[in-house]
Ligand binder design. Sequence first.
Ligand SMILES: Cc1ncc(COP(=O)(O)O)c(C=O)c1O
Length: 350
Amino acid sequence: MISNWVQKDVLNQPAYKVKTLPFQIKLNQNESPWDWPIEIKSRISESILSSNWNRYPDLISTDLKLKIAKNNHIDENGIVIGKGSNEILQALFTASIRSNDTIVSISPTFAVYKILAEQKGATIIESKLDSNFDVDLPDLLSKSKHAKLTIICNPNSPTGSLIPINIIEKIVKNTSGLIVVDEAYVDFSNVSAIGLLPTYKNLIVTRTFSKAFAMAGFRIGYGLMHNELASEIQKCLLPFNLDMPSIIALNTLLDYSNIVGDRAEMICNERDRIISELNTFPGFKAIQSHSNFFLVSTDKTPEYVFNYCANKGILIRNISSYEDLERYNRITVGTTDENNTLIQILKEMT
Ligand SMILES: Cc1ncc(COP(=O)(O)O)c(C=O)c1O
C-alpha cells in the first residue's frame, strides 16, 4: 500500500503543475524572452565538448562563488549555489525546519514554499496581502515574531508587488527566527535586501539565473547569507549538485552580466506599456507590477481568457486556483512583437 511507503504530507499534496499546450508565444513562466547570442552559446558548447565528461565537477563550484561574490560585492564564503534557487530553498528548509516548526509566508505567493513546508511536516501560517496586494505589516510582524522561518518573495510572485527595504528590515529585526527574502525577480525592481546582510545574521537572500539572466534551461540559483549559516546550508546540498555544463555556461555568461540590466529595463518599459494599454479595454484590470509579469482580470473567467489566448498560440498562466486570485491570469512580459500580438488578441477578445 502506497500509504505505508510515502508520508501522509506528501500523499496529500497536489503535484506542482504548469498547464502547457502548443504555442507560438510563451508568456507563462516569467522567463526571459531573449536567448543568449549564438556566438556565446557556441563557445560554451565547445568548452563543454572539450571537458572530461568522466570526471566529477568541482565539489562546491569555487570559481562560480568567487565570480558571484565579486558581482555582488560580498564575501564568497557567504554563498551557496544550487540547481535553481528552488534547491537552495530546499536545502535551507532541510537545515532549519523539523516537524511542527512554524513557517510564515505572505499569501498569495510562490507555491513552492508551502510544498517544502508541508514536506517537512511544518505548520505554515500565512499573512494575507491586502486588496492592493500590499503586506499587512502589523499582521505579518505578529505572525513572524515567533516563527522558525519567515519567507518573503520580493518582488512577490504572482502579484508583482514590492515590499520596501525599510519594511523588510522591520521584519528581520522583529524576530530571532530566519528571514528568507526570495529575490528571483530583483533585476526588475532593483530593490534588494543584500545591503542588510552584514547587519543581520538571521537574513538569507536567494536569487536565480532563471529569470532576467535567461538561463532557466541550466537550472542555477544561489543564496547569500552569513558565512556560518552558509557552511551549514552547504551541508544540506548533496555533493556535486551542480553539473559540469551548468558550471561552464554560468562561468562564461557571468562575464556578460552587463546585458541583463539593459534587457531588464526594456522589459519594465514594455510591462508598463502593456498594462496601460490593457487598462483601456472594457472590463480589464491589469495590476501595476515591479517584475517581469503582471496580473490581469477581465469580465470573462480566467479559464476563458487562458483558452482564448492558447487558441491563438499564446500561452499565459491561469492562476485562479491561488487564494484571492480567483479572477486572475498572470502574463509574462515578452518581446515588443510578442506583446503587440498579445494586446491585439486580447483586444479582439473584448
Ligand atoms: C519567486 C520564485 N522563486 C524561486 C523560483 C525558482 O527558480 P529557479 O529554481 O529556476 O531558480 C521561481 C521560479 O519560478 C520563482 O518564481
